[in-house]
Design a protein around this ligand. Structure first.
Ligand code: GTP
Ligand code: SPV
Ligand code: MN
Length: 641
């Protein structure tokens, strides 16, 4: 099959029980309404005209979200060399993109919150005054789309018609971004029709910053060394320049659904979070929903697609990266996944670690910066235990296992529709959302943070979230492995002062308490290492054992032992039957060294000081509780010494 052939329906390999369906437009219902040119909302038209005058594109294309349109865009991207079609007999209707080497991850240093006052961006964000940012952006965007097409992309975050759903219109000169948005969001006429009906919308402007002068030949991955990812929280507006990569360019995702949405959520009384959502079914058939916040590349997609190893348990996927939580009419905490696809980390995703993800990727997938096999399929580190003998690496160069460098970029990714996951829950796009029973915080820490610990109550849970510390990953430019505070896994994604965000969470707990059912809060760490540097916990499917213990806690069927950091499973209560886990490793997974705890408390204090008076008093209280529990542990040790 070549790209020009009509996509056919084919049985996906390795996925006998999934319903195969080749789709080109991942999320465009065939019954999407048509919005006639004359019916386009005047404010959207005015926005498009204003930006077109500034950026002077050759053409303007209103994206309708149809299959035919997506097919044409993919063909165009192949012709331009941005995409390579993979072998359709192995991986139907799938493509590989190789980005520019300098455009491979989010750029946190170039991400700005442009609130009127610096203190409203807070100490964890880069701030620039709105008028200064506009002054810097204007010359960059002037003529920036010359020689290109300006695509108008109306999109919905959340199921169309849900009261939780919010709308946006992204203007972009990148067809790669348009097809990515087509998988990650519900886009096109269905979204525009809601805006016609009066839904408010967030404007987002994106340019790769690579205008083409008369006859100038394009490159496969146009971008610019100069990059800006700018957010205007008051105006609820997004401007992105210079990158076509992931969270820098698919503005519906991190820029809108987290940074701008967190501001909306603060003002409207809900929460926009960097969280996966799962539905857990126990052997007794009882169902629970959990939301978990881990920093970038710290295990959300993997937990979202968990296949528990213990008999009788199932986990289904609702979302893998972003959750919007609100208090429902019934007073309970409810959550939706505002996205429609997964932009997941490829390396480490393999048959033995995450079979569900591998099965999800059978076709209809765009891969970015993975390696190409000789047979026209893809490969990345961890997909199989043994690498192929020869590959073309993510830079397009010959590669063998002796090359001494990774074949796939550590932040290489797949873009695939959520409904393609065999694990997707039938309720994943329920407009009412699902009721949340437990919230989990986590990070990647080689030491101190135990495998699992339960918060005493909501406020202690907020303290846990506020103090997440995690080793930096390749998801953003920066030093991989460096430990940093990443409160609520939202360090790069909060659209306002993080201290005000903490206060919003504390306040949310007060409102939930009125409804009598407050979710339990837990903290996990799958990444603790032995002194030799090996992971102590097998992780992946075995993480189901930790979920199982959490459910036992929800059902009051398990006990805790108190520790300075919270409640840990009482000896023998974490189900480790059948695991090849030495007793000393299990002990080490929960060990809390008193000196390390003290250093941790000092570090938290230092971190909290950066917020000055804005830090909620409750978090200061939580820190002093921690300190007194550490003192008690020290005294107990002295007593037994
Ligand atoms: P973002 O999409 O960047 O937000 O990442 P994410 O939080 O969804 O992370 P993901 O699940 O993609 O995992 C990132 C990396 O961590 C991958 O290489 C995984 O293989 C690895 N990983 C995930 N879960 C585990 C685990 O339980 N144990 C170990 N050792 N590694 C894990
Ligand atoms: C993350 O970095 O948390 C991601 C990938 O989910 S990106 O969309 O690039 O932000
Ligand atoms: Mn993420």
């Amino acid at each position: 099959m070549t790209l020009l052939d009509r996509p056919r329906t084919t049985a996906p390999h390795r996925t006998p029980d999934a319903r195969p369906e080749i789709t080109t437009a991942a999320n465009s219902p065939s019954s999407a309404p048509v919005v006639l040119e004359a019916d386009r909302p005047a404010d959207v038209v005015a926005f498009v005209e204003r930006i077109a005058r500034l950026t002077t594109p050759d053409q303007i294309h209103w994206v309708d979200g149809s299959t035919r349109e997506r097919h044409a865009l993919l063909q165009q991207l192949v012709a331009a060399g941005t995409l390579t079609q993979l072998n359709p007999d192995i991986r139907p209707y799938s493509f590989l993109a190789r980005s520019d080497e300098r455009d491979v991850a989010r750029v946190e240093e170039r991400t700005f919150i442009c609130s009127e006052r610096e203190e409203d961006a807070g100490p964890t964000n880069n701030w620039m005054a709105p008028e200064q940012m506009r002054a810097e952006l204007e010359p960059l965007f002037t003529g920036s789309m010359r020689g290109r097409t300006l695509y108008v992309v109306p999109f919905a975050m959340g199921p169309i018609g849900s009261s939780m759903t919010r709308y946006g219109v992204q203007l972009t000169d990148s067809p790669y971004v348009v097809v990515s948005m087509g998988t990650m969001t519900r886009l096109g006429s269905a979204a525009l029709a809601q805006i016609v009906r009066g839904q408010s919308w967030v404007p987002a402007v994106h340019s790769v910053g690579a205008p083409l002068n008369n006859g100038q030949k394009d490159v496969p991955w146009p971008c610019n060394e100069t990059k800006y990812i700018a957010h205007f929280p008051k105006e609820r507006e997004i401007w992105s320049y210079g990158s076509a990569y992931g969270g820098n360019a698919i503005l519906a995702k991190k820029a809108f659904a987290l940074r701008i949405a967190s501001v909306m959520a603060r003002d409207e009384g809900w929460l926009a979070e960097h969280m996966l959502l799962i539905k857990v079914t126990s052997p007794a058939g009882k169902k629970y929903h959990m939301a978990a916040a881990f920093p970038s590349a710290c295990g959300k997609t993997n937990l979202a697609m968990l296949t528990p190893t213990t008999p009788g348990w199932t986990v289904e996927t609702i979302g893998d990266d972003i959750a919007w939580l609100h208090i429902g009419k019934d007073g309970r905490l409810r959550a939706i996944n505002p996205e429609a696809g997964f932009f997941g980390v490829a390396p480490g995703t393999g048959i033995s670690t995450n079979r569900t993800a591998v099965d999800t990727l059978w076709g209809n997938t765009i891969f970015t910066n993975v390696a190409l096999r000789e047979d026209g399929d893809v490969w990345w580190e961890g997909l199989t235990d043994t690498p192929p003998a020869r590959l073309i690496d993510w830079r397009g160069e010959e590669w063998t296992p002796d090359s001494g460098r990774p074949a796939a970029h550590p932040n290489s990714r797949f873009t695939v529709a959520a409904h393609q996951a065999p694990s997707i829950a039938d309720t994943w796009d329920d407009p009412e959302g699902v009721v949340i029973d437990a919230i989990i915080f986590g990070g990647r820490r080689r030491a101190l943070a135990p495998l699992v610990v339960e918060a005493r109550d909501w406020d202690h849970g907020v303290f846990m979230g506020a103090t997440i510390s995690s080793e930096q990953t390749a998801a953003a430019e920066g030093t991989v492995g460096q430990l940093r505070r990443d409160p609520f896994a939202m360090l790069p994604f909060a659209g306002y002062n993080m201290a005000d965000y903490f206060a919003h969470w504390l306040d949310f707990g007060k409102r939930l308490r009125r409804s009598a059912r407050v979710p339990r809060v837990f903290q996990v760490n799958w990444f603790r290492k032995s002194p030799e540097g090996k992971f102590l916990w097998p992780g992946f499917g075995e993480n189901g054992r930790v979920i199982e213990w959490m459910v036992a806690r929800l059902e009051s069927e398990a006990c805790i032992d108190e520790t300075p950091l919270g409640g840990i499973p009482r000896q023998g209560e974490l189900n480790v039957a059948g695991l090849d886990l030495p007793e000393e490793d299990l002990t080490e997974l929960f060990r809390m060294d008193t000196d390390e705890l003290e250093a941790e408390a000092d570090d938290v204090e230092h971190f909290f000081q950066t917020f000055g008076d804005k830090l909620p008093a409750e978090l200061r209280h939580q820190l002093s509780h921690l300190r007194s529990r550490v003192r008690a542990q020290r005294e107990a040790e002295a007593g037994t010494a």
